[in-house]
Design a protein around this ligand. Structure first.
Ligand SMILES: *[C@@H]1O[C@H](CO)[C@@H](O)[C@H](O)[C@H]1NC(C)=O
Ligand SMILES: *[C@@H]1O[C@H](CO)[C@@H](O)[C@H](O)[C@H]1NC(C)=O
Ligand SMILES: *[C@@H]1O[C@H](CO)[C@@H](O)[C@H](O)[C@H]1NC(C)=O
Length: 736
């Protein structure tokens, strides 16, 4: 992998998940502080990597997630404005859009122009050598390791009432087509690869080239699609005048909750659905993809609202402004609002001056010392096992990159641990890093709510507080007399598989906390597995000793997990997977010695907006499929079933982690072995898959029967802003 891309990921999550990635982590998301806590031994490598790269210190410094704009401003202002090297002889040509972009990027507080960004992207010529290397890297990784490469060809099962709707995708066939196509420029070639990976609608799968993600495009209008009086319409959720005031009426707040009739001449809902079906990839359910495009309110260390992917995007819009027809009461008005174009966290201000230098700085990966040496050391015994380290799923990264909308003055804030004004129907009990705990008021006070935002938890062997705080919150709810429990897992992108197992075991101490999983098992994997079993234990995800056999409940001592694989029919072919396994687990604080939790499945409900991915799925589906807990989903498309979870996958890795893993066990693998991407970017993929039942032959990811929530609730103008309104509704259902 490219240092660049690693560090950009580091920037997004803070330095340490880099190591996670580096250390070949099959996993999902993680936060900064948790990982930082967890992996002190690997932290130094992040630092080391940071210092070996030129540009990326800035990126890593400019700590991010929230608002790209603020970050970029901060970044630019801390840098001395180096003068462009303008010797008269090699001054950039007047028509070079990248030169314009370089100039625009130097001015603090100013936006980029639509024309310069688009022009600079399109100015990069097709480079046959780089294209061949890019294709080889993608083909080798996806062809050998992507868990769903075969099943994607036939798509999800057909089940009546299934909310899933996604095209069948022959990824390898399409890659061959892309290879055979004559491309106008590098941008179009690279975008074809990105859109191909997105078309599988697997939140774990994406090819992202940062070269063409150096700007973000924002609209001040955040939209949503509530159902009012039985009709679903697109409406204005919020007008963020910090994005731009251009094109807005004098009183921008007069637009709140106006109906959006058309966008760029199309019916509004169709315009949004088409956009999100192409760019979101968060789910095989179009309703969840719609939710991903729209504003949504959720907790993640604070209550905040995401603008949604439609208002804040990485994809270059078709034109420099957006046209709206709005209906406010009986009045119809037309607005044309220019896109606010801002440097993204990938933008390296003051490092390029023209097309060629943009290419060198923003696009091409420099050879990395990281790939070759990160794994030459032996891991100490205390090193977290592979499954305890983390990589963020691309759908989650995208969601976080959008940041949050600038809240109105005096608006909802959770500052001092007091109940924020966004929540008015419940009393705040306790806040843990992953979860905030509430008790409903009044006649619903026998119902408590745990808002689980993430499964990102430190390895409890280093710091148990994420686990023990979760226990504390659950016990506190029980001690308040709550006999009913709602788990709100909206916008939860996963995290540690171990933490998910832990939650399952905490609530159901005598039940199995995991789903069985497996990995691809082809000749390349078998070759890797043979090397791994001879290597220092714990270096590789192909080391069978890191897994427990689902059949015998014993950890593997030999390579039979891979040498004695299992055949399935997938996508019209017979394909081999490893034996079924799970990750070893045991927690010193379970079972609880006192104040054991008493909730039975009938006392618990789950609510999500369908964005409950990866490790979140491992809790939500375990509760629903195995224990029969009632599920609710909210939003999506009216009068159509809606999933309560998305992208269960198995666990996520990226290309860099796979390359580094194979190097660590000195596996060469020949022509089809994974190789580093020659560009700055990522290729993320699920390398494992999980099964709902012991006798399932198809992974949950494609097993349509499990996805629909028992109850699909419509979003309305109040519940969209106050999720506790929905908790009250669900609480009332308990007594029915
Ligand atoms: C919904 O319908 C009621 C009467 O049926 C009406 O009073 C109300 O204004 C309508 N609400 C909206 C937002 O159109
Ligand atoms: C699985 O299929 C392969 C051919 O695709 C075959 O060689 C192998 O023997 C089969 N394994 C089992 C366990 O049936
Ligand atoms: C799995 O077992 C259950 C009973 O435990 C049965 O109802 C179901 O049909 C089986 N499914 C398959 C795919 O064999």
């Amino acid at each position: 992998m490219k240092i660049a891309s690693i560090l950009t990921l580091a920037a997004a999550l803070c330095a340490v998940s880099v190591n996670a990635a580096a250390a070949a982590a099959p996993h999902s998301t993680t936060t900064t502080k948790h990982v930082a806590k967890a992996t002190s031994t690997t932290t130094k490598h992040a630092k080391a990597t940071t210092t070996t790269t030129k540009n990326h210190k800035t990126t890593a410094k400019a700590k991010t997630t929230a608002n790209a704009k603020t970050t970029t401003k901060a970044k630019t202002s801390t840098k001395p404005a180096t003068k462009p090297a303008t010797k008269p002889t090699n001054a950039p040509k007047a028509k070079d859009p990248c030169a314009t972009l370089a100039q625009e990027g130097k001015k603090e507080g100013l936006s980029l122009s639509y024309a310069a960004v688009k022009g600079c992207y399109e100015a990069q010529p097709f480079n046959a050598d780089l294209a061949a290397k890019t294709l080889a890297a993608i083909e080798n990784s996806l062809g050998n390791f992507y868990a769903f490469v075969d099943q994607a060809k036939s798509g999800p099962t057909t089940v009546s009432g299934s909310p899933l709707q996604t095209a069948k995708v022959d990824i390898m066939g399409q890659l061959a087509k892309i290879k055979a196509t004559k491309w106008k420029n590098d941008y179009e070639f690279q975008m074809a690869l990105t859109y191909l990976t997105l078309s599988a609608n697997d939140g774990h799968l994406a090819y992202t080239n940062n070269c063409y993600r150096t700007a973000t495009f924002s609209q001040p209008l955040s939209l949503y699609a509530p159902v009012v009086n039985g009709t679903q319409d697109v409406r204005v959720f919020f007008v963020d005048t910090t994005v731009t005031k251009s094109g807005l009426p004098k009183d921008p707040s007069s637009l709140l909750d106006c109906k959006v009739v058309t966008i760029d001449g199309q019916p509004a809902l169709k315009a949004i659905q088409d956009f999100t079906d192409r760019t979101s990839a968060i789910s095989k359910d179009p309703g969840v993809r719609l939710n991903d495009a729209l504003a949504s309110t959720s907790w993640y260390s604070d209550w905040s609202t995401s603008p949604g992917g439609f208002a804040k995007r990485w994809e270059v819009p078709a034109k420099s402004s957006m046209d709206y027809t709005l209906q406010c009461g009986t009045k119809t008005q037309k607005l044309t609002i220019p896109w606010a174009v801002e440097p993204s966290d990938n933008f390296e201000a003051n490092t390029f001056k023209d097309r060629a230098t943009y290419w060198n700085v923003q696009c091409v990966a420099s050879p990395s010392p990281y790939d070759s040496n990160i794994h030459t050391r032996a891991l100490p015994d205390t090193e977290p096992a592979p499954e305890k380290r983390v990589i963020v799923a691309p759908a989650v990264r995208l969601f976080r990159e959008r940041g949050t909308i600038a809240l109105p003055k005096g608006g909802p804030r959770n500052g001092d641990g007091k109940a924020p004004s966004i929540i008015t129907q419940a009393t705040h009990l306790f806040t843990a890093s992953t979860t905030i705990f509430y008790q409903l008021k009044g006649s619903s006070k026998n119902t408590c709510v745990a808002v689980i935002a993430t499964e990102e938890a430190a390895n409890f062997q280093y710091d148990a507080s994420d686990y023990t705080d979760f226990i504390k919150g659950m016990q506190l709810m029980q001690s308040k007399g709550c006999t009913k429990l709602i788990l709100d897992m909206t916008n939860n992108g996963g995290g540690s598989v171990d933490f998910a197992y832990f939650v399952n075991q905490l609530l159901f101490p005598t039940a199995k906390p995991y789903f069985a999983q497996d990995l691809r098992d082809n000749s390349l994997v078998q070759g890797a597995a043979k090397m791994a079993i001879k290597s220092t234990r714990g270096l590789s995800i192909f080391d069978a000793r890191g897994y427990v056999s689902d059949a015998t409940n014993k950890a593997y001592k030999d390579g039979s997990m891979f040498t004695k694989g299992v055949n399935y029919s997938r996508g019209g072919a017979t394909v081999t997977f490893s034996q079924r396994t799970y990750f070893e687990h045991s927690w010193p604080f379970l079972p609880l010695k006192k104040n054991a939790l008493k909730w039975k499945p009938k006392d618990i409900s789950i609510i999500t907006n369908g964005f409950c991915g990866s490790a979140c799925t491992m809790i939500a589906t375990r509760f629903a499929v195995v224990h029969g807990i009632k599920t609710y989903s909210i939003g999506g498309i009216a009068k159509r079933p809606l999933s309560y979870f998305s992208f269960p996958g198995g666990f996520v890795m990226d290309n860099a982690a796979i390359v580094s893993d194979l190097r660590s066990i000195q596996f060469k693998g020949g022509k089809t072995a994974p190789v580093s991407l020659p560009i700055m970017g990522y290729l993320n993929l699920a390398v494992g898959e999980i099964y709902a039942k012991d006798n399932s032959t198809l992974p949950i990811e494609y097993d349509s029967q499990w996805f629909a929530a028992n109850v699909h609730l419509d979003q309305d103008p109040v519940s969209a802003r106050h999720p506790d309104q929905v908790w009250v509704k669900i609480a009332k259902d308990f007594s029915k």
